[in-house]
Each structure stands twice: as C-alpha cells, then as structure tokens.
Design a protein around this ligand. Structure first.
Ligand SMILES: [Zn+2]
Length: 147
C-alpha cells in the first residue's frame, strides 16, 4: 500500500510529509534547523560570552564591576538606539559631553534588555532545535516506510 506524500517542500519542492508547520523535506529541515541554531543560539551566546570575557578583563579591579560589565555588554546591543533621543546642540562642551554620556548609558541599559531577550530566545531555540531533531528523526522513518 502506497502512503501518500502530504505536501511539497517549501524550499526545494520535493514531496514530503507535513510534519512541520512549513512543509520541508528531510534535507531542507536539517538545513533550516542547523541555520536557526547557529543564528539564534551559537552566535548570540558566543558574542555574549566574548563581551563578558572582554568586560571582566577591563573591569577586573573596578569597584562596580558587575554594573560596569553589564552596561559594557549592553552597548553593542543598544548602539542603534543611542543618539536617537537627545542630540546635543547648543549646550556647551560640558553639557554636550554630559548628554553624550547619558545617551550611552540609556543605550547600554536598553542594550542589556535586548541582550537578555536574545539569551531567552537562545534558550527557546535550544528547545525548538530538540523538538525539530525529534521530528526529523521521525521523518527518516516515514521516508524509509515509503521507499
Ligand atoms: Zn526540500
């Protein structure tokens, strides 16, 4: 008895069972799972660890190293949000520096929120990857049955 393929792969058009929300054949599912894992787990975690390592070196002896480390780590994530708020015009040198510093701190705090969000997302994607791996493992069986 021939089992029917349910649908076509959204990536390459190969016939495949509808295991995923977006139908993908075995190879495309593996490729997409790997890509997502790299993009949403490996990359953000490696970047965060690198920044953490860098910050601990700089602020090793600092009194407020926890706060400084956190803010330092937030800067790359919040950099797009910096200087969007207050553009220092006509404040004199001291005022300008003060406002620039405020911008950086606000940007860093927003960056910390972005960083935490990315790390939570990384945990979610670890779970997603495990689920996808289980589905892909089940998939092989379907394809062997049909062969
Ligand atoms: Zn495919």
């Amino acid at each position: 008895m021939k089992q029917d393929y349910v649908t076509d792969c959204a990536e390459c058009g190969a016939p495949c069972p509808a295991v995923f929300k977006i139908p993908l054949c075995h190879d495309c599912a593996v490729k997409k799972t790997r890509k997502d894992f790299l993009k949403f787990v490996v990359l953000p975690v490696v970047l965060a660890l690198f920044l953490y390592w860098f910050a601990t070196m700089i602020f090793q002896t600092s009194e407020h190293r926890v706060a400084y480390t956190l803010l330092f780590m937030g800067v790359p994530y919040g950099i797009r949000r910096m200087f969007l708020w207050v553009i220092p015009v006509g404040y004199g040198l001291a005022g300008t520096i003060g406002i620039l510093a405020l911008n950086i701190i606000v940007g860093a705090v927003i960056g910390v929120v972005v960083l935490v969000y990315q790390l939570i997302k990384a945990v979610v994607y670890i779970v997603k990857t495990i689920i996808a791996a289980v589905k892909i493992a089940g998939y092989k069986k379907i394809e062997i049955l049909q062969a």
